[in-house]
Design a protein around this ligand. Structure first.
Ligand code: ZN
Length: 411
């Protein structure tokens, strides 16, 4: 993607300011690099990446690019292992995040007359409060539920006539199933779902959308770069517009770090353009997507990325075959009678790797037949034959947070 002149000017000044901070994060990271020699996009692309490990090593506040009195809030990304990452925000950062989030709601067609039920978590985690700030900035009514307590969620949804549901895809699915089970669909006024922070397949999307009777929007973001709300899809398309006045976007080959041409799938790398508390240069998100070339028919000037295909670290290798969860979803989506939920278990038994795929199937499906069809489809698309075990609907766990579907039990 071509960097605009404005973006280049901002980035260059930002780098100069950052390396001038005594003992600052980038003063150390870019030590030995002549930043005055950065003359164009090509030079910028030679700068080293910033990775989550760098951020972790700066715990607690080593990332701060402003004096402590300018920091008004911190958030933290949940490291699955070891030290968490702490991201400091200034007053402007908090405001800028709300501006971006309000823009997301606008793109989703949310208006001040909407009532927005927010189910993502609050606290150190960036989700809930981001949804709320964006909603309030837009002027809609925020209903800050936070996660869990499905009975209360549904009661409030009915009593307050919530029109917009903000949730992870797995919690949206859980609520949709619960609404159907209780037969309360006619008391629900939802018209839109704003779904964040999880990669999800087309089949799941269709189920949530049809069971809840809502239009669905995918919101993108990560704690290290504000939080959710740095982009969303529009009414015209499923690809997400990224607010390029706040972030500069690159897609790189996760193995080599080389920039990939627009349209090719790789790792999303982000450079913040306006952040004060913790600006990031070429931050590796580990999210996989591609830049969607060309203009969107909605007329938006903001560039687009596709729905997140997966995480670079979700990739598993079994018998020499690389696979991503998104590919497994494609296999399941292609088979009639298979539902959207699955689990892939990888075990090491008697000296060899075994992949077992549990798939929820429709009640009237022929399980024996599906076993064969799914295994064949898997082999054709991914290059490996798993042991397929069809299970009944709702047999696999749903989660209020991110649902893990691939379990590598080999190590
Ligand atoms: Zn658009």
């Amino acid at each position: 993607m071509e960097m605009t002149e404005e973006q280049f000017t901002i980035i260059k000044q930002q780098i100069k300011d950052l390396v001038a901070i005594p003992d600052g994060f980038y003063a150390k990271k870019f030590d030995g690099i002549d930043v005055d020699a950065i003359q164009d996009q090509h030079d910028f692309e030679k700068l080293p990446f910033t990775d989550k490990g760098d951020l972790r090593a700066s715990y607690p506040l080593g990332l701060a690019a402003v004096p402590p009195e300018k920091i008004v809030r911190i958030h933290s990304s949940s490291g699955t292992t070891g030290t968490p990452v702490i991201i400091p925000y200034t007053k402007k950062d908090v405001e800028d995040w709300a501006i971006q989030f309000a823009r997301c709601f606008e793109y989703a067609g949310v208006t001040p007359s909407d009532r927005v039920q927010i189910t993502p978590g609050y606290g150190l985690w960036t989700a809930g409060i981001g949804f709320q700030a964006g909603c309030e900035r837009l002027g809609a009514m925020a209903i800050p539920m936070g996660p869990g307590n499905t009975d209360k969620q549904l009661q409030m949804m009915m009593d307050l006539h919530s029109t917009v549901l903000c949730a992870t895809s797995s919690y949206a699915l859980l609520l949709a199933e619960e609404i159907a089970k209780r037969g309360i669909g006619d008391k629900i006024d939802l018209r839109k779902g704003v779904i964040g922070s999880e990669r999800w397949g087309e089949k799941m999307r269709k189920r949530i959308s049809s069971e809840l009777g809502v239009e669905l929007y995918d919101i993108y973001g990560l704690t290290e770069v504000y939080g959710p709300g740095i982009g969303i899809n529009c009414k015209a398309d499923s690809a997400m517009h990224i607010w390029s006045d706040y972030c500069y976007l690159e897609i790189v080959d996760p193995a080599t770090g080389e920039i990939l041409p627009d349209g090719e799938v790789g790792e999303i790398v982000l450079t913040t353009l306006q952040k004060e508390g913790a600006p990031l240069i070429r931050f590796r998100t580990h999210d996989l997507s591609r830049i969607v070339p060309g203009d969107c028919e909605c007329g938006s000037p903001y560039p687009r990325i596709d729905i997140i295909t997966g995480r670079t670290d979700d990739m598993v290798k079994v018998k020499g075959v690389n696979m991503f969860p998104a590919q497994i979803e494609e296999v399941i989506a292609a088979v009639d009678g298979a539902s959207s939920e699955y689990q892939l278990m990888i075990d090491h038994v008697n000296g060899r790797d075994v992949a077992t795929l549990l798939v929820e199937v429709e009640p009237d499906a022929n399980k024996y037949e599906l076993e064969r069809v799914i295994a064949t489809e898997f082999k054709e698309r991914i290059g490996l034959t798993p042991e397929v075990k069809p299970v009944d609907l709702e047999e696999l766990p749903r989660s209020e947070k991110k649902t893990c579907r691939v379990f590598d039990n080999r190590y």
